[in-house]
Design a protein around this ligand. Sequence first.
Ligand code: ZN
Length: 419
Amino acid sequence: MMMNDTVLDRFLRYVAIDTQSSEESTSYPSTEKQLDLLNLLAEELRRMGLSNVSLDQWGYVMATLPGNVPEGHPAFGKVPAVGLIAHVDTSPSASGANVKPQVIEYKGGNIVLPGDPSVVITEAENPELKQNIGKTIVTADGTTLLGADDKAGVAIIMTAVQSLIEDPKLLHGDIKIGFTPDEEVGAGTKYFDMRKFGAQFAYTVDGDTPGELNKETFSADSAIITVHGRNIHPGSAKGIMVNSIRTIGDIIVRLPKDIAPESTEGYEPYIHPHNIQGEEEKSTLKILLRDFETAGLAELKNKLEQIIEEVKPLHPKAHIELQIIESYRNMREGLEKDPRGLECLWEATKRAGLEPKWVPIRGGTDGSRLTEAGLPTPNIFTGGKNYHGKTEWVSLWGMESSVETVIHLVQIWVEKSSE
Ligand SMILES: [Zn+2]
């Protein structure tokens, strides 16, 4: 590590380390290899001179950059501790091993990836490419994902912290750094020790398009429909067999096609069947319910209940169960209780030369759970795109703009605390 590492140097160093998390694992972190990067980050933070650098038994890396507001300054002793959070793991949906990043001076047009020419990043699907003509972007080689989600966020935080250390004229309060495992398998904050972290406001750096900020996520439940049938040898099944697969099939065809992820956008809710397991005796269907209004989740549940009532008479001997499990809640309400965190972020993005825009996330973030638990945590862009797949790419300009935004952000917190 060199002290003058750029955000690109860091990004390339971090994506070379395989940190794929796993849905199947019962350990935490879900995969041992995430610790390869977490250990490296703890080491780099120590060498940069941060305080209280720790890697706990779960794999969370935490560190403090102490505030430098001098005595006598109107904000002295008044700046809240601000957290910066990114996750180190990459999605289980595509390989993250042997990532071969391609650093490209983008000149326009589609990008055919060298490791598998059938994988193409097209202009049509990536309107953000236009802003990057004449600039540097990074792609994978077409055989793996890139890992900009969220190693771009990790590199952005590390680079911003380095800049703050190098220039003591940049005033900031205590900055709390948190690098987390297992975000992609929905467990990024499972053992996150908020008290030890010690921030009063935090930001995840885990978004995408430059300028886009997130204060809203879906409210999310999952539904499990279980059908119990009765199995018997097909040769003597007449009048006896109750095939749960046929019942589940009749439920699936009734799920509304216009309330599906593939047919909705923006603030529209959806019902999304995403996993099915079935044999004659028993079939299970897993469904995601998503709405920006928490109250809307009850309507989605009602729809499922109606469908089940409709199907019951068609299969009178089958037994159908519906179970609803709460996942996470829209963070907007929690964030707007004290809007300072949002106001500082908006202003910081403007000072970085971008046009800030609040965009609803059609998913959850670690911030949704942290906000619910009392640590307001909106999300900042990284410049990445096409997460979780082989066409993932990141804009260097986007990463640099995010670094600038973070540096402005911590200074604006000082200004706001001087009032
Ligand atoms: Zn992410």
